[in-house]
Design a protein around this ligand. Structure first.
Ligand code: PAN
Ligand code: ZN
Length: 413
């Protein structure tokens, strides 16, 4: 799909004011009926309009009150909630990944709308300085969620068909509203895992990645949030990022005049970058990360990683391709050459004893996840001196693998 509008629910998607709702109910239930509100009972109220909440709580706590009285107390709860919003709302309530998501959409000229059933929504976003292009007035639509009305109203405001819009929700009723409207549904959390969403994520910090993919951008990985580890040490995993430009690997490409010409012109393109968990260098640990190798070539030779043997020669490595197309070129000390295609969804095993390098033969970034024994170490020298026995070219859209003239060892018989 080509995304033209992003529509967000508020609570649980953009902000989390659950604690304020809890405190407000706690206060009115105690003042009015001397009831001690529990977290368990609060669960009944999530994502539900306040009068219905009050009815559910009255049933739960066996409250004997007239419908009018219940409505009055529900209104009092709302006043208590608004008071908390006025006095205690801060950046802390903004969910992680939201500012980045809104910035990303703004940078790409995609308008944003808020589709919240809450009348407090405009106040909340205004106070937090969050910018949305439009906020649907819940009173302007005939039916609340799970009816699609509020999402359809957002699309109509921008004159867009629902198929060009993406909706984001954390509750089942909201996801039903998005799907009913015919929009692409991004679901957050457990309710989204049941198959009700077109894209399901476990938390909002994955939203920049989802929208990045919808915008056709290469995966931008949030390493701090993307690694879940239970390492003994370091307790907090550190992630190392390495960027290799042409100047870091000038001698690796066959066409040396072309390399020199580029560098002399002041052009020093990024060839690849990788992010890796700094796991303890212990044989029982695994190091893992992601490499992004950009598309391009020097004198027809495709961009590639430097490539290396592992210092502990007897250690293998797994590569899993997430995006792009290319190949894994490998060779061992005896000159046995093996190469494997890399395409999304395929896993490649670089066997122990084989030097390995990624080569991007396509038009988009080649992104691979890798994992290897954390104490394996990297020996760039051995293969760096002799060079790989094969070079990969792309000429006129055709991929050609050639024996390297510059290779200093004898070809195998
Ligand atoms: C990978 C590579 C990464 C970068 O993590 O280190 O793709 O390639 P070079 O190390 O050849 O520059 C790996 O194979 N680790 O063992
Ligand atoms: Zn390796």
């Amino acid at each position: 799909m080509e995304i033209q509008l992003a529509v967000f629910d508020l609570d649980g998607v953009v902000v989390n004011t659950d604690e304020f709702h809890f405190l407000a109910w706690e206060q009115v239930l105690l003042d009015k009926w001397g009831i001690r509100h529990t977290r368990q009972a609060e669960e009944l109220t999530k994502g539900i309009p306040r009068y219905t909440c009050m009815e559910l709580l009255a049933e739960h706590y066996h409250i004997d009150a007239s419908p009018e009285e219940l409505r009055r107390v529900a209104d009092e709860k709302n006043l208590a909630y608004q008071n908390l919003l006025r006095t205690r709302l801060s950046d802390k309530q903004i969910l992680s990944g939201i500012p980045e998501t809104l910035r990303l959409l703004r940078e790409h000229g995609i308008p944003t709308a808020l589709a919240s059933s809450s009348h407090n929504a405009p106040f909340i976003v205004e106070k937090l300085g969050l910018k949305f292009d439009f906020c649907v007035d819940p009173d302007s639509v005939a039916h609340g969620k799970p009816a699609p009305d509020i999402y359809l109203a957002a699309a109509r405001r921008f004159g867009l068909p629902p198929e060009a819009c993406v909706g984001v929700e954390d509750a089942a009723s909201g996801m039903a509203a998005i799907r009913g409207a015919g929009m692409f549904c991004v679901g957050i959390g457990v309710p989204a895992m049941g198959g009700g969403a077109d894209a399901a994520v476990s938390s909002t910090d994955q939203l920049p990645g989802v929208f990045g993919a919808l915008l056709g951008l290469p995966p931008a990985l949030n390493w701090a949030a993307g690694f879940s580890t239970a390492l003994a040490a370091p307790a907090v995993p550190t992630v190392g990022t390495t960027v290799r430009r042409l100047s870091h690997m000038a001698g690796f490409f066959g066409d040396q005049p072309a390399v020199r010409a580029l560098l002399e012109r002041g052009e020093d393109p990024v060839i690849y970058e990788f992010h890796e968990l700094a796991a303890p260098e212990h044989p029982g640990d695994l190091s893992f990360g992601i490499t992004t190798l950009y598309p391009g070539g020097i004198g027809g030779e495709c961009y590639m990683t430097k490539g290396h043997f592992h210092r502990e020669l007897d250690t293998g490595e797994v590569y899993y391709t997430l995006r792009g197309s290319g190949m894994m070129m490998t060779e061992n000390m005896d000159g046995v050459v093996r190469w494997f295609p890399l395409s999304p969804g395929s896993a490649v095993y670089a066997a122990k004893g084989f030097a390995h390098r990624m080569v991007n033969t396509g038009d988009e970034p080649l992104v691979c996840f890798f994992a290897y024994r954390a104490d394996a170490g990297h020996d760039y020298r051995t293969i760096g001196i002799s060079g790989f026995r094969r070079r990969v070219f792309r000429r006129g859209g055709k991929i050609e693998i050639e024996a390297a003239h510059t290779h200093t060892k004898e070809e195998p018989q």
